[in-house]
Design a binder for this molecule. Structure first.
Ligand SMILES: *Cc1c(COP(=O)(O)O)cnc(C)c1O
Length: 446
């Protein structure tokens, strides 16, 4: 289906970046906005849609980031926009805990239906991913009567106090912001490129750490990103997630999949756990769920979700009617346009090209990922993380009008999260720019 609105699907540079209008706005930002709020691409947005973002100077950039995996359905998707406008004209807020509304119920019904597990489920809606993770932990502790939460090396779960504790990386997420919430225990992740272990071997290592250092009887939940996001798009070896999930079932702990980055067709299926038929007890979602409006959710087994007393969960804005309208429109667009298949096509195109490039580029340690969630890990001397190279490649892409992001505990990974609706020609052009940047930077680094 072709787009009905939005900017022309092309890359054009009218000025060097940042252009004069962006420069002016950057100066205003410096005088008004807390510097803790950083900037990756110094180009102020004017319009975005499909696979491009147009800035205030008329530069049209290819978007390979989707605002961190949010606008999978496309930025300002016309159907999502119409649904939000229609809702905004009727009512903008009631607080669902005061006067409920149908769209909140319908989002929960949809989530209960599309998440894995053929059992009775319930959902609760929130504003952000971090808030969903906090609530999943609250629910897991309440339902099990246990305190300990198990998380993994390289994990990212948010920036609030509890989710900082759950997150692995110190800079920039944790430095100076402690003390952190207690009863959080970190165990080794499966990272096949760096540990060489099979999934079952890596699971045994993690489980041994849990049993000896925490005690199975104390564990409320094992919380894991099925493919890690900020931590470097680390894809655990096959068998790792199923083994952890099975251990949870045996131990009376809950298995929580944080699908905030991986969910909503990003990896080529509704959820990343589907690739290994893992069925979590609880699943957290946000980012891709509502085409850019702030919506997040916890979905899970009805017995677990229903343990908490009435009034024990909620918030003023959680599941705001505009966000719910956007969420319902996004889910229906994902079905209508089969965006899971689109993600698989993106992998076929981009993954294949990047793997071929890796074969001839020693600075690329690994290309990995699934669907439209792909990453390139840069190394030197056969394995040392090379953050400078990743940074240089990203900067060269930005200067050439292609938005890419870095990630990874060592900052040495470039990640691609294109909108799932990006046109193939535009994606190919973005990859051309990325490949050229990598070849140039790598040959200079060598
Ligand atoms: C982004 C992210 C979060 C936090 O979501 P926010 O909406 O930024 O609070 C949590 N978990 C994962 C896996 C994420 O990618």
């Amino acid at each position: 289906m072709t787009r009905q609105a939005g900017p022309p699907q092309q890359r054009t540079l009218a000025t060097a970046l940042p252009g004069p209008k962006s420069q002016e706005l950057l100066a205003r930002k410096e005088n008004a906005v807390a510097p803790g709020i950083g900037v990756t691409v110094p180009a102020f947005a004017a319009e975005a849609g499909g696979g491009v973002l147009v800035d205030v100077d008329g530069n049209s950039l290819i978007d390979l980031a989707s605002g961190i995996a949010v606008t999978g359905v496309g930025n300002a998707d016309p159907v999502v926009v119409a649904a939000v406008a229609e809702q905004a004209a009727r009512f903008t807020h009631t607080c669902v805990m005061i006067n409920p509304y149908e769209s909140y119920v319908e989002v929960c019904e949809q989530l209960n239906a599309i998440t894995p597990g053929e059992f009775d489920k319930r959902s609760a809606l929130f504003n952000s991913g971090a808030e969903a993770v906090e609530n999943a932990v609250k629910i897991a502790r309440y339902a099990t009567g246990r305190a300990a939460v198990i998380v993994f090396d390289h994990a990212y779960h948010g920036r609030t106090n509890l989710t900082m504790a759950l997150t692995a990386k110190n800079m920039p997420y944790k430095q100076g912001f402690g003390p952190f919430a207690p009863e959080v225990y970190r165990v080794p992740m499966s990272y096949p490129y760096r540990d060489g272990l099979t999934g079952p071997e890596a699971a045994t290592r993690a489980i041994e750490a849990i049993e000896t250092q925490v005690g199975a009887q104390n564990v409320a939940a094992v919380l894991i990103e099925p493919i890690q996001g900020e931590g470097g798009f680390v894809v655990p070896a096959p068998g790792f997630l199923p083994a952890l999930s099975a251990w949870c079932t045996e131990s009376g702990a809950l298995f929580i999949a944080d699908e905030i980055q991986t969910g909503f067709c990003r990896t080529g299926d509704w959820f990343a756990v589907n690739h290994e038929n893992v069925v979590p007890d609880l699943i957290t979602t946000a980012k891709g769920i509502a085409g850019g409006l702030p919506l997040a959710a916890v979905t899970g087994r009805a017995d677990v979700m229903s343990a908490v007393h009435p009034g024990g969960l909620g918030g003023t804005y959680g599941g705001n009617p505009l966000a719910c309208a956007a969420g319902l429109a996004t889910i229906s667009r994902m079905r209508e346009l089969d965006l899971a298949a689109a993600a698989r096509r993106i992998e076929a195109l981009a993954g294949t090209r990047l793997r071929a490039l890796a074969a001839t580029t020693p600075s690329i340690g690994e290309v990995r990922g699934q669907g439209a969630m792909l990453a390139i890990e840069f190394v030197r001397d056969g394995g040392e993380p090379d953050a400078a190279l990743a940074k240089r490649v990203a900067a060269d892409c930005h200067a050439a009008g292609v938005i890419v992001l870095t990630c990874g505990t060592f900052g040495n990974v470039i990640r691609l999260l294109p909108p799932l609706v990006i046109g193939e020609d535009l994606l190919a052009e973005g990859l051309d720019v990325l490949e050229t940047a990598i070849r140039e930077a790598a040959s200079e680094a060598a």
